[in-house]
Design a protein. Structure first.
Length: 288
């Protein structure tokens, strides 16, 4: 059993209003998506953009989620799947969801007890799998997050779902903005039992090979060339950074898919207006 209550930043719950249009956009960017999943009891539908986790016991993906039946949404999900499109929750991975909840509460987070879920996931004609997990649903925080304990994470790690024509390898960083980045990062670092790195207008910490990097609006403008106002609340998600094998392969898909982008010497950027509310930063993996 790990001594850390949180093992990884696992995936990003991203709200989209039109799931078919969102899936089409990601396909045109060169991503592979899992088959659509309808969680009818909760009024939710999703596609997953699954990539390679840095370690065992967890995953690494973008979850495109929409409300298919708002009358069935649990209160926590009704709150989450509303407003503007974009990241609505950073989902953490734990080996023991109950212990993770205790750690969150010990740091002042209002995390509810985990809920056990087992459901059917139809992945092809006559072919179903049954994901099983304990989940702490999203709850209010400076940056909304929640947590999942997988019981059969291998179902999310099918080799054909992890290979992307655009060469995507994995989420490297979750990006956010705040007036005071260090004050937000410090609490997550305590939860992750991790160090904090600070710079000029930036602060970051790390869990399971994925960074949480928070910038002041001025620092985000300098780093990413994007204008972002100070959030009306403590902090707000800005987007994410994905490692790819080769930027020229990625940009060939963006051009063919008619997805606007810009580039500099170090990265390729898809701005929020084209990234479903998220700034998408693509960097070439030094290990590819």
């Amino acid at each position: 059993m790990t001594s850390k209550p949180i093992e990884a930043i696992d995936h990003l719950l991203t709200y989209v209003r039109d799931l078919d249009a969102a899936a089409s956009r990601f396909h045109r960017m060169g991503f592979t998506l899992s088959p659509i999943s309808h969680i009818e009891a909760m009024g939710i539908s999703n596609h997953l953009v699954l990539m390679r986790p840095a370690g065992p016991g967890h995953a690494n993906y973008i979850e495109l989620m929409t409300a298919s039946d708002r009358s069935r949404l649990p209160p926590a999900m009704a709150r989450t799947l509303s407003g503007n499109e974009g990241i609505k929750s950073m989902v953490l991975a734990a080996r023991d969801a109950a212990a993770a909840q205790q750690a969150m509460q010990g740091l002042g987070f209002e995390a509810a007890p985990p809920v056990h879920v087992k459901r059917e996931w139809v992945i092809g004609p006559g072919q179903s799998v049954f994901p099983e997990f304990d989940v702490i649903l999203p709850f209010p925080a400076a940056l909304t997050f929640n947590c999942c304990q997988y019981h059969n994470v291998d179902l999310y790690l099918r080799p054909d779902w992890l290979e992307h024509p655009n060469g995507a390898l994995g989420i490297r960083s979750v990006l956010a903005v705040a007036a005071d980045p260090a004050s937000i990062v410090d609490k997550f670092a305590a939860l992750f039992k991790a160090l904090v790195d600070t710079g000029d207008g930036t602060a970051s910490t790390r869990a399971g090979g994925v960074n949480l990097a928070i910038f002041t609006p001025a620092a985000a403008r300098k780093k990413f060339g994007i204008e972002t106002a100070a959030p009306q609340v403590d902090a707000a998600y800005l987007g994410y950074q994905i490692d790819v094998r080769a930027l020229d392969v990625l940009t060939s898909f963006l051009r063919k898919g008619d997805v606007p982008y810009r580039a500099d010497a170090d990265a390729v950027y898809v701005d929020p207006v084209s990234g479903l509310g998220n700034l998408m930063v693509f960097t070439e993996s030094s290990g590819s």
